[in-house]
Design a protein around this ligand. Sequence first.
Ligand code: PMP
Length: 506
Amino acid sequence: MVHRPSFGITLDTSSQDPLFQQLFEQIAIRIHDGTLPSGFRLPPTRELAKDVGTHRNTVVRAYAELESAGFVRSTVGRGTFVERVRSTKATSREPTGESHIPWASRLTSIAHAEGMHRPPPSALGSSREIIDLYRMQPSDDLLPHDNFRRCIDHVMRTRGAETMRYSPVEGVRRLRQAVVEDLTRQGVPITEDDVLITNGSQQALDLLARLLVEPDDAVGIDRAVYTGASQAFIMARAKLIAIASDRQGMSTARLAAYGRGDLRVVYTMPNQSNPTGARMSLERRKEILDWSRVTQTPLIEDDYAADLVLSDVPPPPALRALDRDVLYVGTFSKRLMPGLRVGYIVAPPDVMRSLTAIKRGTDLSTSPLMQFALAEFLERGYLRAHLNRTLPIYRKKRDALENALAKHLPKDVHFRHVEHGVTLWLELPAQVSADAIAAAAAREGVVVAAGTTFAVEHGPIHGLRIVFSRESENRLIEAAKRLGQVLDKALRAKTRTTEESPALSP
Ligand code: PMP
């Protein structure tokens, strides 16, 4: 049989998609639509590589992926042959390739809501070498592999079936006790009955939204806010009301415009706002609590970065330490490991029953294995030991990043010394777009989150969030240098356009 070896395949070297994947997809499509029939022998890897202008290893990898996906079969010495694939033609028994349900019109408004669709930057999914200042996760060497494995091992041996059954809905007693001790150490005195264990604090936000918000209820939230929080409220069909913030976090002067019944609940991160890093002073905390009491509006306090205190000065007391009505949300994701998926809610007795019922209706319970293992981990004092090891490393990473930024950033770009958590907020001058800067940085291999990612309402947010927990000091320094260059170039281009077109100047 005569064939053109490339079957019309073209590779796009400017695409973010790896070449082997492009090759895989184009061959898979041709097998699926019958262009390459069952039994067809694919060209030798060297030949196809030459034909489409790529390296042979790229074709070898594409063939290997095709084989593991069941599209082809390789026989040593004979070649690679197309396997029989299921016909897409409709028969009375087989499902057809085309859908009979107009899915787009069958989905709820939540599924379509704009705030639900903020995919991470595409550079994160590419195989390109990047410096990841986007994902808020520790680097692999900062995860407590050995100690956690010991705890899993121990609880499975000593607790047996208990770790494999359903957990009580409110959480395993030992873990709730350990959370009580942990929070009491942090100055939040509570009892075991105040604690509900959740699947990460993301679930805590979801449960609280379901508990408190009716469709179209107004929820007060920072103008730039952790997207998971806005999504939890969007899923409860809330109307998000952006409350402006200053360097001390949510502005109580702005909040004062809302009276009793105007807002159903207010969500805030007093210790380290994600993304802006603002920390509420004690005075601000007292003001917000006063407002909550006067207007009888519940407050959700998200203390996601608890324990990640990088300065010598501890943060002011938690809102929950000052007021028993505050709904306090905590997690082990940032200080320990996100893969645990364990967080908790501290709530007053009046709501605990309903909250527990909603948790049951959502997922029955959180994994008992993880809860027992974490309780063991906490009881053995491993969290303290872990923080003693990791906090000095985070401080060093922060220092490396801050020093390099101070050296390389143009003078119009500012940031505040990070005292808490693992993110730094870069304030950009209003004349440059955060999205454009983040895109330019990604082209230079540095992935950061643009302020607009966190916007609750339309309008620019002039800042970039930089996470420094994942990368090494050297790579943080390199990233700061590249960011400096990107910003320098953008600001100089702006100055030039302004000078060249005086009509644009005020
Ligand atoms: N709150 C904030 C402010 C966060 O940044 C995150 C995760 N990035 C969460 C809650 C949820 O985290 P988890 O579910 O892992 O506890």
